[in-house]
Design a protein around this ligand. Structure first.
Ligand code: 4NP
Length: 156
C-alpha cells in the first residue's frame, strides 16, 4: 500500500500525518509506503513548521527531518491512496487527476473516521500552540483509522 498525505503547505498537517502514519506502520510491521506533499509551492524544500515539529517531539513523533514538496500529477501513478486534509486540498488534487481511476484514489482523511461527513482537518498555520496540539490529536486518531480501515479492507 502506498499512501500520500496532502495539505496546502506541506509544513503543518500533512508532514504530521506522514510522521504518525510512518510510526503506526512501523509499530505494526507493515511494509506500506507513506509520503506527504502540499498543493502549493510556498514551502518546497522547507522543514516542517517549528510549532508542528515541537508538538511532534513532545508526543513522540519526530518530523524534523521531513522536507516540503509540491503535489504533482505523477503522484497519481506513485500512490494507491491520496488523503486530503480539507476540501480545498481535495479540489486542487482532483484538478490534476489524469483519469476517472486516478480520481478514485483521492479521499478526505476525516471521512475515514466519519464516513460521508466531509469534515476538514483545520489549518493551524495562523493559530496557537493549542491548535497545533489539537491537529496532532486529531491526526493521531485519523491515521489509526486509516491503518485499521486498510487492514480490515473496508476501504478498497
Ligand atoms: P499546512 O499549513 O497546509 O497544514 O502545511 C499551511 C502552511 C503554510 C501556509 C498555509 C497553510 N501558508 O500560507 O504559507
Amino acid at each position: 500500500m502506498r499512501i500520500l498525505m496532502v495539505c496546502l503547505g506541506n509544513i503543518c498537517r500533512s508532514p504530521m500525518a506522514e510522521g504518525l502514519m510512518r510510526r503506526k506502520i512501523s509499530e505494526a510491521n507493515l511494509d506500506w509506503i507513506v509520503d506527504s506533499a502540499g498543493t502549493a509551492n510556498y514551502h518546497v524544500g522547507s522543514s516542517p513548521d517549528h510549532r508542528m515539529i515541537a508538538i511532534g517531539k513532545q508526543f513522540g513523533t519526530p518530523i524534523h527531518d521531513l522536507k516540503g514538496r509540491q503535489f504533482c500529477a505523477k503522484d497519481f501513478d506513485d500512490f494507491d491512496l491520496i488523503f486530503a486534509m480539507d476540501q480545498s486540498n481535495e479540489k486542487n488534487i482532483l484538478k490534476l487527476a489524469p483519469s476517472p481511476e486516478a480520481r478514485k484514489k483521492v479521499r478526505l482523511i476525516l471521512n475515514e473516521l466519519h464516513p460521508g461527513s466531509n469534515q476538514q482537518v483545520p489549518d493551524p498555520y495562523y493559530g496557537s500552540m493549542a491548535d497545533f496540539e489539537n491537529v496532532y490529536v486529531l491526526l493521531d486518531t485519523l491515521t489509526e483509522a486509516v491503518k485499521n480501515n486498510l487492514i480490515n479492507d473496508k476501504n478498497r
